[in-house]
Design a protein around this ligand. Structure first.
Ligand SMILES: [Fe+2]
Ligand SMILES: [Fe+2]
Length: 255
């Protein structure tokens, strides 16, 4: 059995620093062999940069996934091209920079991490259901983790059921709000609609609440600023049998 620690959208560089500080103790507490971090919002301002991607890897992430903000920073194009462990959503066409999945090799077993983007209320990329069928055909690993970065709970639930029995876990990201619906589907696939973010909870999705409220009242756009205060790390830890890929436990984390 192996434990995999999966961390939700890290919001800004301060949150990256908090994650770096907390990660060694978390790895220890959950006996985590592998750490996967969603870094799509790790750079101050927006998106992810080579600096924040490297920072997350150096902090202990074995793989960094992203999402709809993956191409905000031009300098990431070259970085994605040369990186095997920092990935962008797999539903982009092959002609754009980067890879949509990575296979982490641990000798006697391997772990495939796939970054999949939802299309309901989001960008109109390849249908994620068609896309994942196509990608799973190429993967030989028993252990397969899907970071399903999507907005609609319905699309996420549907994907969980669609992939039940075919992958080890479908873990949701993007909404920055942790859901309390973790379960094991068909007795083998770990599922949670959203693991939540790593950021300041006294906020709206990590941004100062006053700015977002004002934006919603007036419709007048204002520069976003990160909320200040206590930063929490949200994620999930899953237990997987590395020989079969079967997930035996999903636990939500917020600390
Ligand atoms: Fe995000
Ligand atoms: Fe997102």
């Amino acid at each position: 059995m192996i434990n995999i620690l999966f961390i939700g959208d890290v919001v800004g560089q301060k949150s990256c620093a908090v994650l770096r500080e907390k990660l060694p103790a978390m790895k220890n507490e959950y006996n985590a062999k592998i750490v996967i971090v969603n870094g799509e919002n790790s750079a101050d301002g927006n998106g992810i940069t080579p600096v924040t991607a490297r920072y997350l890897l150096d902090s202990g992430a074995d793989a960094v996934t992203t999402g709809n903000h993956c191409f905000r920073r031009k300098e990431m194009d070259a970085f994605y091209e040369q990186s095997d462990t920092v990935i962008r959503p797999v539903n982009y066409p092959d002609s754009v920079p980067g890879k949509g999945y990575t296979v982490l090799d641990f000798g006697s077993y391997s772990v495939a991490v796939i970054n999949l983007l939802g299309t309901v209320f989001m960008q109109n990329l390849e249908n994620p259901f068609h896309c994942i069928d196509r990608i799973l055909e190429k993967i030989n690993s028993k252990v397969i983790i899907v970071d399903f970065h999507a907005e609609a709970t319905s699309e996420k639930k549907a994907m969980g059921h669609y992939l039940a029995g075919r992958v080890s876990a479908v873990l949701g990201t993007h909404t920055h709000v942790q859901t309390a619906d973790e379960e094991i589907l068909k007795g083998c696939t770990g599922y949670i609609t959203d693991v939540g973010m790593t950021g300041v909870m006294d906020s709206v999705l990590g941004i100062k609440k006053e700015i977002i409220i004002n934006n919603m009242i007036t419709g007048y756009p204002q520069r976003y600023e990160y909320a200040e205060g206590r930063c929490e790390v949200c994620g999930a830890v899953i237990e997987v049998d590395e020989k079969t890929g079967i997930c035996t436990s999903v636990k939500r984390i917020r600390c």
